[in-house]
Design a protein around this ligand. Structure first.
Ligand code: SF4
Length: 380
């Protein structure tokens, strides 16, 4: 069950507590120049970082922003980054698809991926001429770790007549074996398009079994899947939704489609991280809960100060590997560069290109809520 935290300002997400030593160990101090450079930034994070902590954090922020200019580097910050990274040093912010598109188009020599490893690989696939750095190579993902390229080759042998869609939350090696990728913003659109292209009523969607079940319920297409799951979203349950409604009458409940189908059934709105952020901005609900990773609520709350957020807190331990300290270190040392064998990169890009060639949607697709969960077949 998710850990329920009451609403109101004050970040439940642990922006890592720092002594001055983290900056000092790197020869950085809170002097007048740093103060002048960072004073205007503090209001962006004042709900999450106390004035007492700020002198330990500001030198890192100032140094990172200076290094970006010196090295012609940009930071792609995923919605699940802590507010210090997301608000203070991120140049582009969003979900994995938005960040991948920025990676392809941005005029920079270096991309620092403030996100997990498969996202850095996606940037490298789309921007092979740029140096892509990940600040901590241990920033993995339970979904990406659940399936290998060899697994997909076996699925293709077993089901040669069905197209295989992979959620972008997978390695380059897995993308290279699949026919097309999808994101949580366009999964239903991709599954419908590939079914029509192959003239089939059956599509295999890997590796997230819950996304696959939720797409199956939306589309009416026979979807088969793989037993992978996001360790953060699978923690949410329909009981959590019921408890939230009891504890917070009138609350609007928004769920990410990596959650189990009974969670979407019980929620008021469902969609990708971008769809959830758009919903809050457009509808301005009085009281809202986002059933997704903790930092997402913090970042959406910052952008919508009039909305009261209830915060069930499920942290992604992989996303939280990325810190201001290791972003600074990677800009100084150039470690750790993400490299992909060229033959794998080219085939993985074909799967991404197939997705990007589909008509661009005006906004991320919402998932219908209230639908009865479907049992679907596994490919293993
Ligand atoms: S939140 Fe889930 S899907 Fe996203 S990186 Fe973490 S484990 Fe992977």
């Amino acid at each position: 069950m998710a850990r329920l935290i009451d609403s109101g300002p004050g970040c439940p997400t642990p922006t890592p507590l720092r002594g001055a030593s983290a900056a000092e160990a790197r020869g950085l101090s809170y002097d007048d120049a740093v103060k002048a450079e960072t004073d205007a930034l503090y209001p962006l994070v004042q709900d999450f970082i106390t004035p007492m902590e700020w002198p330990a954090i500001a030198p890192l922020v100032a140094a990172i922003n200076r290094l970006k200019k010196e090295k012609n580097a940009v930071i792609l910050a995923h919605n699940y980054m802590t507010p210090d990274i997301f608000q203070l040093v991120g140049d582009f912010r969003g979900d994995s698809l938005q960040l991948a598109r920025e990676a392809a188009n941005v005029d920079a020599d270096i991309i620092v991926q403030a996100g997990v490893h498969f996202m850095a690989e996606t940037s490298k696939i789309l921007a092979p001429e740029k140096t892509v750095l990940i600040p901590d190579t241990r920033a993995g993902c339970s979904l990406a770790a659940s399936i290998t390229g060899a697994d997909v080759r076996l699925i293709k042998e077993k089901f040669p007549n069905y197209p295989i869609v992979t959620y972008v939350n997978c390695t380059a090696e897995v993308k290279a074996e699949c026919h097309i990728t999808c994101t949580s913003s366009n999964a239903a659109q991709v599954v419908e398009a590939i079914a029509a292209e192959w003239n089939t009523d059956t599509v295999i969607l890997v590796p997230d079994q819950y996304l696959a079940k939720n797409v199956a319920a939306q589309t009416g297409i026979r979807v088969m899947t793989w037993p992978g799951a996001c360790e953060v979203h699978e923690m949410f349950s329909a009981d959590d939704v019921e408890q939230l409604r009891e504890a917070h009458p009138g609350v609007v409940i928004l769920a990410h489609p990596e959650c189990p189908p009974d969670v979407l059934e019980a929620s008021d709105f469902a969609g990708s991280t971008s769809a959830l952020a758009n919903y809050v901005a457009e509808e301005s609900p009085n009281k809202v809960v986002l059933l997704t990773e903790c930092s997402m609520s913090d970042n959406v709350a910052s952008a919508n100060p009039g909305v009261n957020f209830i915060r069930p807190c499920n942290l992604c331990p992989h996303m939280k590997r990325i810190t201001l300290e290791n972003i600074y270190d990677c800009l100084v040392t150039g470690e750790y560069e993400v490299l992909i064998p060229e033959d794998v990169r080219i085939r993985a890009k074909q799967a991404l290109d197939a997705m990007m060639a589909l008509p661009k949607m005006a906004k991320p697709l919402a998932f219908k809520t209230g639908l009865k969960p479907l049992e679907i077949e596994m490919v293993v």
